[in-house]
Every structure is written in C-alpha cells, then in structure tokens.
Design a protein around this ligand. Structure first.
Ligand code: NAP
Length: 266
C-alpha cells in the first residue's frame, strides 16, 4: 500500500504538535506539508520544537494545494479558518479529518452537501478520544431508561467555544432515544442568569473553564432514588491521537460525510 500523504493545518497548536508526531512516527503516513499563517515559506524545522523536519509550511491552503499533492488534510485550528480549510480541501478532492470544534449546523450541512455532490469522504470529530466516544455511546444507552440528565463539560480556559462539541453531540445522541422532557420544576427561575446552564431540548448543559483542565465530561442521570454518572477524562492531548489515526485510516476509504467518531467505532 502506498503512503497516505497528509497535510496538517495548525501544527504549532497543542493538538497540531501531537498530530505532527503521530504522522511522523506512523509507518505508512507521510507528512507532505503544514499550514500555518505565521510561517509561510518556511520549513517545519524553523518552528520551535520541530527538530530537523524539512516539511514545507504554507501560509494559506490555496497556495499549499496548488503546490502539494495530498490525500488527507488534518485540521486542528479555529472554527472560522477550519471551515475554510475543510471546504477548500474537499473542493480539491482531498479528504479532511477535522478535530477543530465550533462548526455551526449550517457549516456542517454545507460540508455534507459538498461531500454528497463530490462523493468524497470527510470526518469531523468533535472528540477524538475513544474513551469519550464510548462515554457518549453509554450515555445514549442510559438515556433510554433515564429521562432526566445534566451534562457537565469541563475544559481548559483557552477553549473558544462553549458548550463543547462533545457536550452538544452527547445531548443530540441522548435526545434521539430519550422521551421528550422539560427538566426541573415547571416554575423554576434563575436568580442569576445562566445558573441552570444551556438548554438543549429540556436537558441542561454546564460548561466549566479552568486552567489545569484538559477535556473532561460528566453525564449525570437521575430517577427515583438513584443517580448514574458516566465520566471521561482526557489528561493530555496524546489521548486524542489514536482517534486521529483511526479517522485518517478510515477517511481514505470513505465517500461520505461522517460527523462523530462514534459512527466509525463499532
Ligand atoms: P491551539 O493550541 O490554540 O492551536 C490552534 C492553532 O491554530 C494555533 O497554532 C493557531 O495559531 C492556529 N491558527 C489560528 N488561526 C490560523 C490560521 N488562520 N491558519 C492556520 N493556523 C491558524 O488549540 P488546540 O488545543 O490545539 O485545539 C485546536 C482545535 O482542536 C480547537 O478547535 C479545539 O477545540 C479542538 N480540539 C479538538 C479535540 C478533538 O478531540 N476533536 C481535542 C482538543 C481540541 P496562533 O496560536 O498563532 O493563533
């Protein structure tokens, strides 16, 4: 099998650095370029911490794709530029694996329709941690039997979007099986706005942001006389890389749009 040629957007970021290491140490992967607006025209070795890597860095995706042949784009940037990268990659026939979170419903619908039209694969994974994906699946199972649920997601304080993509995805998965219910007392009132968190079809989502945290989520279910708590913790960004690898290996064989790693984990 020939090597999978990979471009990484956001190599200087915390996720991007781990992804560069993953690609460089994986036998049948080849890192062919990186996209970073601060290092246009340089080599990865010019960026602190990348040793002697001679991979070229491009300031924008258009220039990169005009000059480099690739199979997969891994995007780990910010929602606005990540959307632009993903769309441009698809239009050039390159399959995206996107870890960037914060895409809107409209963004996802647009990407899905490009994939359908061009019959090309794309994986958007708000959480690459396999344990987190299992937490979502277990929560969906519990949601069939417990109709009251609160989601508490906890992240580092540099995270831009709230609630997290994982929390929203968990709520969507529970909602698909849960009996519709507006939770709490019908007359409950917040004396400080936001005290009950965000409302997703009657379920509440709470976002905690603190330095020291990485990515954590607790899904609490309650019914008469019992609670059930399902919790997952990512302690470092290496925890996401087995999921990135699974997504890259899968996307090269895929002709459809996939949102969420749970759809490729049996
Ligand atoms: P980060 O450390 O802030 O890295 C983001 C990188 O993107 C930075 O190097 C940033 O550069 C770069 N960037 C910003 N604008 C850019 C542009 N126009 N072109 C190219 N690069 C640009 O964040 P992170 O923790 O690595 O997370 C990256 C993304 O992945 C976020 O959306 C985060 O929520 C998500 N995430 C996903 C998972 C998952 O499992 N799916 C896990 C963790 C994080 P500057 O520093 O110069 O702005």
């Amino acid at each position: 099998m020939s090597d999978i040629k990979v471009i990484i957007a956001g190599p200087r970021g915390r996720m991007g650095r781990e992804a560069v290491q993953l690609v460089e140490r994986t036998e049948n992967y080849q890192l062919v370029a990186a996209i970073d607006y601060k290092y246009d025209g340089k080599l990865l070795q010019d960026v602190d911490g990348f040793g002697s890597s001679e991979v070229p860095v491009y300031g924008d995706i258009e220039k990169c794709l005009a000059l480099v042949e690739a199979d997969v784009l891994i995007d780990l940037t910010t929602p606005e530029i990540g959307m632009h990268h993903t769309k441009t990659a698809l239009l050039h026939g390159i399959r995206p694996v996107v870890g960037t979170t914060g895409f809107s419903k409209e963004d996802l619908a647009e990407l899905q329709s490009i994939c359908e039209e061009k019959e090309i694969g794309c994986i958007i994974a708000p959480n690459f941690a396999i344990g987190a994906v299992l937490m979502m699946k277990f929560s969906q199972l519990a949601g069939k039997y417990f109709h009251d649920v609160e989601i508490i997601e906890l992240h580092h304080d540099q995270k831009l979007d709230a609630p997290s993509g994982t929390a929203v995805k968990t709520a969507q998965m529970i909602s698909a099986v849960r009996e519709q219910k507006i939770q709490g007392h019908p007359n409950e009132k917040e004396t400080i706005q936001g005290a009950r968190g965000a409302d997703f079809e009657g379920m509440h989502i709470h976002s905690v942001r603190l330095p020291g945290l990485i990515a954590h989520q607790q899904v609490m279910f309650g019914s008469d006389g019992q609670t059930l708590t399902i919790r997952h913790d990512s302690y470092n960004r290496a925890s996401f890389m087995s999921g990135v690898k699974l997504a890259v290996d899968t996307v090269v064989k895929l002709d459809t749009f996939v949102y969420g790693l749970e759809n490729i984990i049996e």
